[in-house]
Write a protein of this length. Structure first.
Length: 322
């Protein structure tokens, strides 16, 4: 198996990933249209005080929403299909390796390793394979397109909205790196626990490693709590900055409206755009968190399968002597 997760993704689902990326571009372009329609409904249709433009824009808004929702539905179903196909392939490969080894003595640990992979480690890797290309394309596309639209409408207000991201470029990588280190250690401990459980069951020596087992379970608990504290602290800071950004938009936008430099519909579009930016930004942070988790688990799986492949390979000297 390739050592790189993305090389493996491209090997088993290259065509599907290209199609998912193209569909993601369609989704984020459709995501931009409602912002302009909201602005036009507030500024043009309501100011004209005529029902026909309002009905036409509302119908167009509903059509765009339907197209966007349909494309997102297709994207999610397709990604789920790719993920489940990857899960099935990894489980079958792992099972094929696990059944080659006897389940007694020292070899029982290998069965425990295979059990750990099949039950706990395949799902995050397979799930990431379905989103590994389309997610960054979709979320980065939404961020860039919406922010570009905001700059087009009013550069100064766009800078106010962008200011909320500056502190996040500092604390998000630091907290995420701390989460990644603890996630990797947690994965290794859980894998060792699976091996120990199978070994002790096979050897039938009650209480032989109860203290060690309890110590490792306590370590998993401690690592999980450290991960949760950092994860939720990061979410708190991101949400706080988001609301401060909305307050800044209302303050600056209200001042511009009072000075007749912009229209109310522009402020509405900015607030809606800021909300649309907040979600994909948080999704990108989650994506890099999932990438780290999937990469660690994939490398562990690849090492096990490659080691088994080498172990099961026929001895060339013995083959030639035969």
């Amino acid at each position: 198996m390739p050592r790189s997760l993305y090389r493996y993704i491209w090997r088993i689902s290259g065509r599907a990933q290209a199609g998912l990326a193209a569909l993601s571009i369609v989704v984020f372009l459709l995501d931009l249209a409602p912002l302009e329609l909201q602005r036009r409904i507030v500024n043009d249709a309501l100011q004209q005080q005529e029902i026909a433009p309002l009905l036409w824009l509302a119908a167009l808004y509903a059509g765009v929403a339907l197209a966007q929702g349909g494309s997102k539905l297709a994207l999610n179903i397709w990604r789920s299909k790719v993920s489940e196909a990857a899960n099935r392939r990894l489980r079958l490969d792992t099972y094929a390796v696990a059944v080659r080894h006897p389940a007694k003595g020292a070899e029982a640990g290998k069965e425990g390793l295979g059990l750990s992979i099949i039950l706990a480690e395949v799902e995050p890797v397979g799930g990431f394979i379905g989103t590994g290309v389309s997610d960054p394309v979709l979320h980065a596309g939404v961020l860039l397109s919406v922010f570009g639209y905001m700059i087009y409408l009013q550069p100064w207000m766009a800078l106010v909205g962008a200011a909320l991201f500056v502190p996040q470029f500092v604390f998000v990588p630091l907290l995420q790196e701390a989460i990644n280190r603890r996630t990797e250690r947690r994965i290794q401990i859980l894998r060792n626990l699976s091996v120990e459980i199978v070994n002790e069951t096979a050897d039938r020596v009650p209480g032989q490693s109860e203290n060690e087992f309890e110590r490792r379970v306590n370590n998993v608990y401690r690592l999980n709590m450290e991960i949760f504290r950092r994860k939720f602290s990061m979410n708190f800071l991101m949400n706080l900055l988001h609301h401060l950004g909305i307050g800044g938009i209302l303050l600056v936008g209200g001042w511009f409206v009072l000075r007749h430099r912009i229209e109310v519909g522009t402020v509405v579009a900015f607030i809606s755009g800021l909300n649309r930016i907040n979600d994909p930004w948080g999704d990108l942070v989650n994506f890099f968190r999932d990438l780290t988790n999937a990469r660690v688990k994939y490398q562990l799986i690849a090492c096990v399968l490659d080691e088994a492949a080498v172990t099961d390979a026929p001895d060339p000297i013995a083959a030639n002597s035969g």
